[in-house]
Design a binder for this molecule. Sequence first.
Ligand code: SAM
Ligand code: SF4
Length: 303
Amino acid sequence: MLKDRFGRPITSLRISITQRCNFSCLYCHREGSKGSEDREMTPEEIERVVRVGARLGVRKVKLTGGEPLLRQDVCEVVRRLSGVEGVREVSMTTNGYLLADYAEELADAGLKRVNVSLDTTDPEKFRWLTGGMRVERVLSGIEAALEAGLKPVKINMVVMRDVNHEEVLGMLRRFSGTDTVLQLIELVPGNGEFFRRYFYDLDLLEGEIARRARVVRRRRFMHLRAQYQLNGSRVEFVKPMHNSQFCAHCTRLRITADGKFKPCLMRNDNLIDFLTPMRSGAGDEELERLFRLAVGEREPFFR
Ligand code: SAM
Ligand code: SF4
């Protein structure tokens, strides 16, 4: 298994398959990537880079964006990646708007799980945060995903001061008894002014939930992430900022929508373009060299 200089194995790829999005979330960091919208990898190209990764130890692939479901060939991408030898799980992070239309087809294509972003169930607040979208469609998307067996559905909730930090317990109640995990995400800088105004330290909330929760599970290679069980719901905390534990247990290499390896979410100065060489006829050996080069660039951002 391929490890970086800090002993972290590279077992998962997070691939942005498009920069395009139908939402305009006020806080969006676009996966830390501001690449061009014109150049997108084809399903064959995505499959090829995943094959190279799988030979080096990649076992999980997460598709993200932009909004991955805006790609009309998204099911073909999933089908191809699910068939790559060594890959055990293909999952996706989506805003859920088109999920009701796609859930079954995605499950048939081999998708195992989805993360659906849902910061609030208040229709007005949702419209404000997303640039005018309807929350009901996302809620239908979550239901469709559960029906299609894409379980557990992870609900990604970015917690923001005075926007939704008081909605967390209500969100837990709403999904209680369903096969979902509420993932509470700390805001990271995307839009600077928004960050300064709405950042909310999740330690405050984690302390409160830990006191009330019954069962706690810690998953070592998920950034030592704790999972709590409370009133029939499961909840996890994701705190990347200033968190050396988060970095110490990061096993994920990112790929941008325009075909570059991105060794760290927090940096844009060490991207490695593989799509240009791939399109100029580079063989798998050269792609493997670039993959190893990107892994060699990895270092914990917070130590
Ligand atoms: N469009 C899809 C979605 O919204 O799920 C996938 C891409 S989106 C960039 C991936 C995740 O990043 C979402 O759950 C979103 O809430 C989260 N995200 C975006 N900007 C963020 C920020 N500034 N801080 C924390 N999380 C953020
Ligand atoms: Fe960003 Fe996802 Fe919102 Fe689109 S839906 S703006 S990619 S967080």
